[in-house]
Design a protein around this ligand. Structure first.
Ligand SMILES: C[C@H](O)[C@H](O)[C@H]1CNC2=NC(N)=NC(=O)C2=N1
Length: 115
């Protein structure tokens, strides 16, 4: 199983092809709490995180934002009382890149750092 959290994002060129289902399959076991969703024909990687209140949800949101800025790769984040939903995909290729799986694994590390 790949140790995605230890990898670094690579430059993604606009011409890069989105990962296919066959390429995605071996990456999913490392991200057991994440699911593949499809929105507007674009495959995305999504997970919801639960918290005791809004303050904790907001703190986690900020940490994910800092992670995104550090890698130059950004998620969609929905922050609610007690819950944060993080969705990763690569806008410029309108699909999933290995970078999205790396960032999902790194997001899981942020939540553990939170507690
Ligand atoms: C110019 C800037 O680096 C690019 O637009 C980056 C910013 N963050 C990004 N984040 C994501 N998820 N996909 C992108 O294509 C992307 N592109």
């Amino acid at each position: 199983m790949p140790n995605l959290a230890k990898e670094h994002c690579s430059a993604c060129h606009r011409a890069a092809a989105p990962l296919t289902s066959e390429q995605i399959a071996p990456l999913l076991p490392a991200l057991s709490k994440w699911q593949i969703v499809e929105r507007g024909g674009i495959m995305q990687l999504q997970r919801s995180f639960m918290f005791r209140n809004f303050a904790q949800a907001l703190d986690f949101t900020h940490r994910v934002g800092e992670l995104a800025e550090s890698q130059g790769h950004h998620p969609a984040i929905t922050t609610e009382w007690g819950q944060v939903t993080v969705t990763w995909w690569t806008h410029k290729i309108r699909g999933l890149h290995r970078n999205d799986f790396i960032m999902a694994a790194r997001t899981d590390e942020v939540v553990h750092a939170n507690v």
